[in-house]
Design a protein around this ligand. Structure first.
Ligand SMILES: [Cu+2]
Length: 147
């Protein structure tokens, strides 16, 4: 009699264990949709990319900013382009190709002393005319016109 009771108890425990495992697997299955929810959260990234594309298309519409580079060579104690016309946002790069040192100075323009081969660059962010000269050789003058 006791052995039969033990067998029933063991069978019951095993059945309960199986049922528990089934429920446990169901809960683990219910966890699986959570990563699915994560991937659903990742899909809105595409609309964000679309928004970025829209932003990229609106930037040129609202505010066109040029970003060209212009080079001015300093040769024979003069600037090879004494007057240079550029657009707002463009950068001018001066290169000293003289053996003598030169230093660019003007409104908002203050380079270090440039020895041969050294450069100085400035990005013009405002419309207007900038006159500059060499602070070592004041007869060396130039003009940048920003439109
Ligand atoms: Cu100079």
């Amino acid at each position: 009699m006791n052995k039969k009771i033990l067998i029933y108890v063991l069978v019951t425990i095993v059945l309960l264990g199986i049922i528990y495992l089934l429920f446990f697997r169901k809960t683990s299955n219910s966890i699986v949709p959570v990563p699915v929810g994560v991937t659903e959260n990742q899909t809105p990234i595409k609309p964000i990319d679309i928004v970025n594309n829209k932003t990229l298309t609106t930037i040129p519409e609202g505010n066109i900013v040029s970003s060209k580079n212009y080079s001015i060579s300093i040769v024979n104690f003069s600037f090879d382009q004494s007057t240079l016309n550029i657009n707002k946002g463009d950068t001018v790069i001066w290169t000293n190709n003289d053996d003598a040192p030169h230093q660019i100075s003007g409104n908002n323009l203050n380079s270090l002393v440039l020895n041969k081969g050294q450069t100085f660059s400035h990005t013009f962010t405002e419309i207007g005319t900038t006159d500059y000269h060499c602070s070592i050789h004041p007869f060396m003058t130039g003009t940048i016109i920003v439109k």
